[in-house]
Design a protein around this ligand. Structure first.
Ligand code: NAD
Ligand code: AHE
Ligand code: ZN
Length: 369
């Protein structure tokens, strides 16, 4: 079938809106009409050319919501008309990772996903007779896409697509990192570096669990008001700190953070996030994605003296299990998504969404089909 998609033909170039061809679902696969898709910083990162797994041409987008329009043979758990959120971290419930219950990083289709292909090693998208790569197994910058059944969370039908699409990445990544990865407890002091689409959800998660001090760090002063609305108690702009930022944060938290989160993708800030943690027990969680060739550094003494460095992908959430629950939290008013969606755009204007992010003017832009 013909579909409308924003195609990334080359790194560093704007997306191009094209009519491309999409083959129907094969065994175990599902055809989804995408109704809305958020634009995440990771899409911008891959488009920049810095992602070692970035492939071109491809159809980016991994933060969508939509409706099942067709299912291939052997699909058991989904049917036409079901409302779904695509999962870049699938949940097969059979692989070593899923059955370990130690991680959400399902490995069943990770290899082909990283090659921009469906699990059978081929692409469903093509343009002028040549294949186009899938992206993160989702390709939500297309009004129709095909995914494996294990990469779709079935959600309730009264949830608005243009809001809950954000649960496909940013909301779950931020809130999940607090609840599922770091398991922050009530009364803890938390420092969040980067108050964008992810960091504000970390703030929201920290508030949910009853954290005490919630300190936000960002170079953009415009982020302060919204972060306070979501539960931040103290704002620190590194440009306004006289002297050493880490010493300032350690003093603010009476010895260091119980938990810190890096939500930028800057390896220097990752070091600061670790080193502002409390001696003996502070845990720092890296969420930000850094470019190929970047490495993190610290003195091993930081770890010897009890700080813990860890990372979190998709907030440690098991997509098919946890995403429908997070949709319920939104529908029950337990979490706020609406105030983080600052812009809504038709597909034709998707490049404006990337520009707004670059200029620091948006939290989330959502493409509505
Ligand atoms: P964003 O652009 O919305 O927000 C980034 C924020 O960081 C901005 O507010 C910016 O002003 C601030 N910032 C930039 N440099 C800074 C510095 N040196 N010090 C303090 N603040 C600084 O991005 P986002 O969508 O929130 O994504 C954040 C990061 O998380 C990206 O690297 C993205 O790729 C990554 N990410 C990871 C996962 C995961 O599963 N691990 C999921 C989604 C996104
Ligand atoms: N291809 C990238 C990987 C970047 C990365 O770490 N991605 C996160 C999700 S970011 C969503 O916005 C993730 O889930 N990682 C686990 C995985 O298996 O990819 C690179 O830099 O190599
Ligand atoms: Zn994302």
């Amino acid at each position: 079938m013909d579909v409308r998609a924003a195609v990334a033909f080359e790194a560093g170039q704007p997306l191009s809106i094209e009519t491309v061809q999409l083959d129907g679902p094969k065994a175990g696969e599902v055809l989804v009409e995408i109704k809305a898709s958020g634009i995440c910083h990771t899409d911008k990162y891959t488009l920049s050319g810095a992602d070692p797994e970035g492939l071109f041409p491809s159809i980016l987008g991994h933060e969508g919501a939509g409706v099942v329009v067709d299912v291939g043979p052997d699909v058991k758990g989904l049917k036409k008309g079901d409302h779904v959120i695509p999962l870049y971290t699938p949940e097969c419930r059979e692989c070593k990772s899923c059955t370990s219950h130690k991680t959400n990083l399902c490995t069943s289709i990770r290899a082909t996903q990283g090659q921009g292909l469906m699990p059978d090693g081929s692409s469903r998208f093509s343009y002028q007779g040549k294949p186009i790569h899938h992206y993160m197994g989702c390709s939500t910058f297309s009004n129709y896409t095909v995914l494996p059944e294990i990469a779709l969370a079935k959600i309730r039908e009264d949830a608005p697509f243009d809001k809950v699409c954000y649960i496909g990445c940013g909301v779950t990544t931020g809130i999940g990192a607090v609840l599922f990865t770091a398991k922050v407890e009530a009364g803890a002091n938390v420092i969040v570096f980067g108050l964008g689409g992810i960091g504000l959800n970390v703030i929201q998660g920290a508030k949910m669990v009853g954290a005490d001090k919630i300190i936000g760090v960002d170079l953009n002063p415009e982020r302060e008001a919204l972060a306070r609305q979501f539960g931040m108690t103290h704002f620190v702009n590194p440009r306004d700190v006289d002297g050493d930022l880490i010493a300032h944060l350690v003093e603010l938290t009476d010895g260091g953070a119980d938990y810190s989160f890096e939500c930028i993708g800057n390896t220097q800030v990752m070091r600061q996030a670790l080193e502002c943690c409390h001696r003996g027990w502070g845990v720092s969680t890296i969420i930000g994605v850094a470019a190929a060739g970047q490495e993190i550094q610290t003195r091993p003494f930081q770890l010897v003296t009890g700080r813990v460095w860890q990372g979190s992908a998709f907030g440690g959430a098991r997509g098919r299990t946890d995403v429908p629950k997070i949709v319920d939290w939104y529908m029950d008013g337990k979490i706020n998504i609406d105030d983080l969606i600052t812009h809504s755009l038709p597909l034709e204007r998707i490049n404006e969404g990337f520009d707004l992010m670059t200029r620091g003017e948006s939290i989330r832009s959502v493409v509505v089909y």
